[in-house]
Design a protein around this ligand. Structure first.
Ligand SMILES: *Cc1c(COP(=O)(O)O)cnc(C)c1O
Length: 219
């Protein structure tokens, strides 16, 4: 199936309250344009430089989401245009995003990445740290960022029971954090292999790559 057909078949299964991030990392601009011409406007990348290059080449009405781990020294390369940063996992990073956003007179939307997987390789904060962050004075002084939700990545496993438990855990973290801060409206969870399950567990934003663009070749 073509990129357009893949997109249409995925979109037809998404409830209205769920937004679709087309994860286009490693894919050429021609593939992204195929998705764009089929109506897709939200694209997710996991490397800042790659996202900045694609931003330069592509139409202006695209919303660019940074879904990968963010190095603080690279925030400056996306501060002008990024529309949502999914992987915020520390106050230090948030402070840098705030500083760079200020230079462009912007308020950048961010999600707190919560560690929901057992694997040590996955980044993210504990819900305890996220709670402390949202309640801190330092946080309340940051005027150029807005925390609009949470993001999580489930363990890479075929055990769907475990994935379901992790998604449900993220949903409960979200409920607890939302009680502290009503700006939170987004739960970013679910990828190609598990987005339907994620939606059943309360996801409002799915990040789908290979089911749209085909398998990625890493070199
Ligand atoms: C690559 C990636 C995805 C998409 O993965 P697929 O399995 O190709 O859908 C989603 N979220 C993050 C954080 C990713 O890095």
């Amino acid at each position: 199936m073509s990129i357009k057909e893949n997109l249409q078949s995925i979109k037809s299964t998404l409830p209205e309250h769920v937004s679709l991030v087309a994860v286009s990392k490693t894919k050429p601009v021609s593939d992204l344009m195929e998705a764009y011409n089929a109506g897709q406007r939200i694209f997710g990348e996991n490397k800042i430089q790659e996202m900045a290059d694609k931003y330069e080449e592509m139409p202006e009405d695209i919303q660019w989401h940074m879904i990968g781990h963010v190095q603080r020294n690279k925030v400056k390369y996306m501060a002008e245009f990024v529309s949502l940063i999914h992987g915020v996992d520390s106050y230090k990073l948030l402070k840098e995003i705030n500083k760079q956003a200020k230079k462009y007179n912007r308020v950048i939307d961010c999600l707190l990445q919560i560690k929901i997987a057992e694997e040590d390789s996955k980044f993210g904060m504990s819900v305890k740290d996220a709670t402390a962050l949202l309640q801190s004075n330092e946080f309340s002084e940051l005027e150029n960022i807005k925390i609009v939700g949470v993001m999580g990545m489930a363990t890479f496993t075929d055990n769907m029971n475990q994935v379901e438990n992790e998604f449900q855990y993220l949903k409960s973290c979200y409920e607890n954090l939302k009680a502290l801060n009503s700006d939170l409206i987004t739960i970013s969870m679910g990828m190609s292999g598990d987005y339907q399950l994620a939606i059943d567990c309360g996801s409002t934003m799915v990040r789908v790559g290979s089911s749209i663009f085909g398998a990625r070749n890493y070199h």
